[in-house]
Design a protein around this ligand. Structure first.
Ligand code: NOJ
Ligand code: CA
Length: 712
């Protein structure tokens, strides 16, 4: 009885979203419906429903212009158009090899009722899993260059949803997540607690970062983000804790303006992904679909790969990026004196190259190889680094020959210390240097306050900078992994050489701070990774005892570190630990050797943000599957039906699981490895420890099946 009542009520809300006196338009695809209306005062508004249940109640739309008549009121609806698109496209790399782009598009043409009567369109795309919309400014006589002073887009939610959030920081995403009701959002609490972040700017106590993940009391999952963030500033969301209305906060530039635009022009898409299944949020391709197709005509140089690196040893304080202990540490001739702790020495890099070559790992990241690390941190300095000058103990020529002879690629590191202007001046010479010495990829970094001074990591100037770096890298056929940039919004479709970004709190925080909670990796795919791959740097095997501070540890088990290779997708995936820690567990390292970084297919088997994720992926061009299952601080039994396997085949599944007595805090390195014969009828039941996980590799059975038991 009760059910019928709810159904009727939501139905009536759905059909009467807007009052009769408004001008309306709608678009619909399967369960998702979009209503647009313009009221008597010319305010544009929209609403979204899913399965006839309201998701976004009538909410304001519009753009305000600096010192000019804006596009947020006094607008008239002068026409609408609809189109239906259903197409398939193939990404250069990704979680699946073919993507369906299926949507109903509604364009509403609006005109200012007051002089000068300018035009603006709002384009809505309704997908099976949500809605994207953006503002477009057609070419017109009355509008050319203009400045956006505010965007009035709102998302009026239906209740006090459970929310997974980090503060709306203009410069950093490197926070732990807070789970609370919308009414409980207080960005100042994590902002003040996070003293381990280099630059933090959180002006609005009630603003949160996107992608914002929410769950309603009725069990609907809602994710709000943006897509195709180019030549605009990034969006954060101000939470009205009483009405549950989210309003767009745009990150300002150095003088307080939000975005500089030219007509014809457009904003990024605002995205609302919705489903009654959490797994469908993770498999949504809406954000990628809303980005432009690839601009890289010949992507043959773009090759997903795994890498090790001269890196974790700096993070844990075993070695340093810098050559001398400080700029003051010089000899009689005024040259820097080596401290003896420098990590990127020729001999040490050779050691990593040897390890990579021996284990079939494609790359070696080397940080701290170039001049400047003695004074990179703080003080907002302009010309700290030289991206072509190695330290005296790093022989770039010899190393590039050594790596080439062993079939290993060295990955360049360009830490800009936030001085983007300086990087732009040096970019061409830096990329020529990479070409000369055969580096196929670069990891950039933006630790510190941005130069041009007053700009923010997430403002329009830097948004354009990151894209310029991707374009420049493409010009030199170099792959890009950006640390500390704005969080991704699916641009890897357009620039597939921009393979990964950090833009979140990576595994590295376990090295030098209080770390990441066991739930962290169960939230990240629903938040940060919605916009694109993350260079999370998984694969730490020595979970405890690597730091001078005894309480520091990785907040997972070793088996969970393996599972992250599947649950946290990146086409550039690091095996982050020291080689000796891998040598001590070569049986477990086998999974990292085997796991793919590019996929034909992905199945999210079960998922709940904050609790657990189990993902299965099929390695590109093979019949091999890899599964990662992770849990938060609670132990759990993962049930994994293998019904995605080819029904006619037998397979061998190797399961890397937590040992029976494993637990992230007290016994994290205990694991067990077992192989079984399985088929499409097999259902695996795997016990995950507290903070634990399991990784599984599945290969078609050959002669090696002899002596291996069936799974039961
Ligand atoms: C922060 C990056 O996230 C880290 O990976 C890098 O090693 C340091 N900056 C130094 O650039
Ligand atoms: Ca970082």
């Amino acid at each position: 009885m009760k059910k019928v009542y709810i159904y009727l009520l939501s139905f009536s809300i759905s059909v009467n979203v807007f009052a009769q006196d408004k001008k309306t338009a709608t678009a619909e695809l399967n369960k998702v419906k979009l209503d647009f209306a313009i009221d008597a005062d010319g305010h544009p508004q929209y609403a979204v429903s899913y399965n006839r249940q309201p998701v976004i109640k009538p909410s304001r739309l519009g753009i305000k212009l600096l010192n000019d008549v804006g596009f947020d009121a006094h607008l008239q609806l002068i026409g609408t158009e609809t189109t239906n698109v259903d197409e398939l496209w193939k990404p250069v790399w990704g979680e699946v090899s073919v993507i369906r782009n299926h949507y109903q598009q509604l364009t509403v043409h609006l005109k200012q009722t007051d002089a000068p009567g300018r035009l603006m369109d709002i384009v809505f795309r309704v997908f099976e899993d949500g809605v994207g919309f953006r503002y477009e400014f057609p070419q017109q006589g009355n509008l050319r260059y203009f400045i956006v002073s505010d965007e009035v887009t709102q998302f009026s939610l239906t209740g006090d949803h459970k929310t997974f959030w980090i503060p709306g920081d203009y410069d950093s995403n490197e926070y732990k997540y807070t789970t609370s009701k919308l009414s409980g959002v207080d960005a100042f609490v994590p902002y003040k607690a996070a003293t381990d972040i280099a630059v933090r700017v959180v002006p609005d106590q009630y603003a949160v970062q996107t992608p914002l993940m929410m769950k309603t009391a009725e069990g609907l999952y809602i994710n709000i983000h943006e897509a195709a963030l180019v030549n605009y500033t990034s969006m954060q969301l101000h939470v009205d804790r009483a009405t549950y209305t989210l309003s767009v906060n745009l990150v300002p530039d150095a003088v307080g303006n939000k975005a500089y635009m030219v007509a014809p022009g457009k904003t990024p898409w605002r995205t609302i992904i919705v489903s009654d299944k959490a797994a469908e949020i993770l498999s949504s391709k809406m954000i990628l679909n809303l980005n432009d197709p690839s601009k890289i005509a010949d992507p043959s140089y773009i090759k997903p790969m795994k890498f090790v690196g001269v890196w974790w040893e700096m993070q844990i304080g075993k070695s340093t990026w810098s050559y001398a202990s400080s700029m003051a540490d010089v000899d009689a001739a005024g040259n820097l004196k080596p401290s003896g702790k420098h990590g990127a020495t020729t001999a040490n890099v050779k050691h990593y190259i040897d390890f990579a070559a021996k284990n079939g790992i494609g790359g070696v990241l080397v940080e701290g190889w170039n001049e400047g690390w003695e004074e990179w941190f703080g003080n907002w300095k302009e010309n700290v680094f030289d991206f072509t000058k190695p330290y005296p103990d790093f022989d770039v020529k010899e190393l590039s020959q050594y790596a080439a002879a062993k079939g290993v690629k060295i990955i360049m590191h360009n830490e800009t210390s936030g001085s983007a202007t300086d990087y732009e001046r040096q970019m061409d010479t830096a990329f020529r240097f990479m070409n000369k010495y055969g580096y196929p990829a670069v990891k950039t970094g933006y630790v510190g306050k941005i130069i041009p001074r007053g700009e923010h990591h997430d403002g329009q100037w830097m948004i354009n900078h990151y894209v310029r770096v991707a374009q420049k890298a493409a010009g030199y056929r170099v792959m890009l992994d950006a640390h500390e940039p704005v969080r991704p919004t699916g641009q890897s479709r357009t620039y597939p050489n921009w393979m990964a970004s950090e833009a979140g709190r990576g595994n590295e925080y376990n090295a030098f701070s209080t770390g990441n909670e066991p739930e962290h990796e169960t939230i990240m795919p629903f938040t940060r990774l919605m916009g694109g791959p993350m260079d999370y740097t998984p694969g730490i095997f020595k979970i405890k005892g690597y730091s001078d501070v005894p309480s520091r540890q990785v907040h997972t088990t070793l088996a969970k570190q393996l599972a992250l290779y599947v649950t946290m997708y990146s086409p550039l995936q690091m095996a982050a630990d020291l080689t000796e820690n891998y040598d001590a567990h070569m049986d477990a390292f086998q999974f990292i050797k085997d796991v793919a970084v590019d996929w034909d297919d992905t199945k999210i088997i079960e998922a709940e943000p904050g609790d657990y994720i189990t993902t299965a992926r099929k390695a590109k061009g093979t019949d091999n599957w890899f599964i990662g299952a992770i849990t938060n601080q609670n132990s759990r039994k993962a049930t994994i039906p293998l019904d995605f396997l080819d029904k006619s085949k037998k397979y061998i599944a190797t399961i890397y699981a937590d040992a029976g007595n494993a637990e992230w805090k007290t016994n994290p390195e205990a694991y067990q490895i077992n192989s079984y014969v399985v088929n499409a009828d097999t259902k695996l039941n795997i016990q995950l420890a507290k903070g634990g996980g399991a990784a599984i590799s599945i290969k078609p059975a050959g002669a090696d099946v002899k002596g291996i038991k069936g799974y039961r």
